[in-house]
Design a protein around this ligand. Structure first.
Ligand code: HEM
Length: 422
C-alpha cells in the first residue's frame, strides 16, 4: 500500500520517471520511491543518452554506500550528468574528490564552518534576519521566497565570507543560474533543452561560472593585500598545518559555496514554512513550546530533503540487494527516499517536530562529504523560524505554491503567504 504524503502529486502512480525534470514539477515522486524501497530497492534506470545508473532507495543501503567511499568514489562525478575525463578534471571541486586529497582540501575550508565558528555569527545573522522579516511583514501578503528565503541565505553566508549585501544579491542570481540550470525561470541555458557544449569545461556547463571565477580572482587579490577575519582571508592565509588553497582551488571552492550555500537553504526555509502551514497542530505546538525549535529544525530537514540525490561510481564489481553492480557503473544515493524509509523512521509520512531519534540524511551522513555548511544551515533555519514566529500571530497560504523544475533540488520556488503581525 502506498501511504500518503501531502506533497505527493496525483501523477505519481508509483512509476514516475526519476530522470525527467518535468516529472518533479507537480511534486516529488514519494509513491514511486516507496514502491522502489519495497519491491526493487537497487534498481537500474536507463538514460536518454544511452547511459544509465543504479538507484539506491533504502536508508540502510544509502548510508552504507555513502560510508564506503573506496567502493563508491566521488572522483568521477557526483551528478547524474555523464562527463568525459576532460570535463571531470576541469570541473573538479571539493565534492569530486576522495580521501586523502579530499581530507586536505576539506581541512582548509572547514575551519570557518565548524559549529563554534558559525555560532560566533549568531548576532549579526539575527539582526539581518529581523530586518528582512520586518520589511516583508509590512507588505501583509507576499511571496515568502522573493521577500525572505531567497534573500537571506546568501546574505547570511556573506557575513562569514565578509562580502557586502549588494554582492550577496549578485551571488543569488549566479547561484540560481548554476544550481537551478534545469528551470527556464532562472537561466537561458537550460541544460537538457539547449546546447551547452560551449561551456562543457565550466562549472554547471554555464557561462555564469566564468563570472563567478572572475569575482573570485578579484576578491582573492583584495584579501591577499588586506586580510581580515573572514573565511576567505583564512582560506588564503598560510597555515601551520599545511599550504593555503591554490588559485584554482580557491576559485572552485568559491563557486561551490555560491552554489551550495544558496538554493539548498532557501528551499529548506520555504519547505519548512510550508510544512508548518500544512500541519497547523505542529505550528501551534512550536509556538506554545519554543524549546522544541532544535528538533523542529531536524524534522524540517528530513521532511524537505532538498538535495534529492548525489551520485557515486562503483570502483569494483559487487553484489547489492541481489543485483550485480559492475565496476564503472553510476550509483545514485537517493537521500529523499532514505528519509522516508519506514525501516528506519517510525511513521515517516507524519510531520512530527518532536521526532526522536531523527537521524535524517538531508546533509548526507557518516561519509567524508557530510555537508560542510550543516551548522550554518541549521542556525539559519532556526533563527528565521524563531524571528518569523515571534513577529506574527498568524500565517496563511495565500495562493498556489510553485515547484522548481529539477530532479536534483526538490522544493517550492514561490510560496504566497498572508501574515498577521504579532
Ligand atoms: C539545508 C541546507 C543544505 C542542505 C540540504 C545541504 C546538503 C548537502 C549534502 C547532501 C551534501 C553531501 C554531498 C555528497 O554526499 O556528495 C552537502 C555537501 C556540501 N555542502 Fe551542503 N547543504 C546545505 C547547506 C549548505 C550551506 C549553507 C553551505 C555553505 C557553506 C554548504 C556547503 C556544502 C559543501 C561545501 C559541501 C561539500 C562537502 C564535501 O565534499 O566535503 N551546504 N550538502
Amino acid at each position: 500500500m502506498i501511504e500518503n504524503h501531502p506533497w505527493m502529486p496525483d501523477s505519481d502512480d508509483g512509476f514516475v520517471d526519476l530522470t525527467s525534470h518535468d516529472a518533479w514539477v507537480p511534486g516529488a515522486p514519494y509513491a514511486t520511491f516507496q514502491r522502489l524501497r519495497d519491491e526493487d530497492p537497487v534498481s537500474w534506470w536507463d538514460e536518454e543518452d544511452g547511459s544509465g545508473f543504479w538507484s539506491l532507495t533504502r536508508y540502510a543501503d544509502v548510508i552504507w554506500a555513502n560510508h564506503e567511499w573506496e567502493t563508491f568514489t566521488s572522483s568521477l562525478g557526483i551528478r547524474l550528468e555523464e562527463m568525459d575525463a576532460e570535463e571531470t578534471e576541469a570541473r573538479r571541486t571539493l565534492m569530486e574528490n576522495d580521501p586523502p586529497h579530499h581530507t586536505r582540501l576539506r581541512r582548509l575550508l572547514s575551519r570557518g564552518f565548524t559549529r563554534r565558528s558559525v555560532e560566533a555569527y549568531e548576532d549579526p545573522i539575527r539582526e539581518l534576519t529581523v530586518g528582512i522579516i520586518d520589511d516583508a511583514l509590512q507588505l501583509g501578503e507576499f511571496d515568502y521566497v522573493e521577500e525572505v528565503s531567497r534573500v537571506l541565505p546568501m546574505r547570511m553566508l556573506g557575513r562569514l565570507l565578509g562580502v557586502s549585501d549588494e554582492d550577496a544579491a549578485q551571488f543569488v542570481v549566479w547561484g540560481d543560474q548554476l544550481l537551478s540550470n534545469t528551470d527556464p525561470e532562472y537561466t537561458d541555458h537550460v541544460v537538457d533543452q539547449v546546447d551547452t557544449d560551449e561551456w562543457r569545461l565550466i562549472p554547471f556547463r554555464s557561462p555564469t561560472g566564468l563570472e563567478v571565477f572572475k569575482y573570485a580572482e578579484e576578491v582573492a587579490a583584495k584579501r591577499r593585500a588586506c586580510p581580515g577575519e573572514d573565511v576567505i582571508s583564512q582560506l588564503l592565509a598560510p597555515t601551520t598545518s599545511g599550504e593555503p588553497a591554490t588559485d584554482l582551488e580557491f576559485k572552485n571552492f568559491f563557486t561551490l559555496l555560491v552554489a551550495a550555500g544558496n538554493d539548498t537553504t532557501r528551499y529548506t526555509l520555504t519547505g519548512g514554512l510550508k510544512a508548518m502551514l500544512d500541519h497547523p497542530d505542529q505550528m501551534a505546538l512550536l509556538r506554545a513550546d519554543p524549546t522544541l525549535m532544535d528538533s523542529a529544525v531536524e524534522e524540517i530537514l528530513r521532511w524537505t530533503t532538498v538535495t534529492t540525490h548525489f551520485r557515486r561510481t562503483a570502483t569494483c564489481d559487487l553484489e547489492l540487494g541481489g543485483r550485480q553492480i559492475s565496476k564503472g557503473d553510476k550509483v545514485v544515493l537517493w537521500w529523499i527516499s532514505a528519509d522516508y524509509d519506514n525501516r528506519n523512521f517510525d511513521d515517516p509520512y507524519r510531520f512530527d517536530i518532536t521526532r526522536d531519534p531523527n537521524d535524517h540524511v538531508a546533509f548526507g551522513r557518516n561519509g567524508p562529504h557530510l555537508c560542510l555548511g550543516s551548522w550554518l544551515a541549521r542556525m539559519e533555519i532556526r533563527i528565521t523560524m524563531q524571528e518569523l514566529l515571534d513577529r506574527t500571530s498568524d500565517i496563511e497560504i495565500a495562493g498556489p505554491a510553485e515547484r522548481l523544475r529539477s530532479n536534483f533540488i526538490s522544493g517550492f520556488k514561490h510560496l504566497p503567504v498572508r501574515c498577521t503581525p504579532a
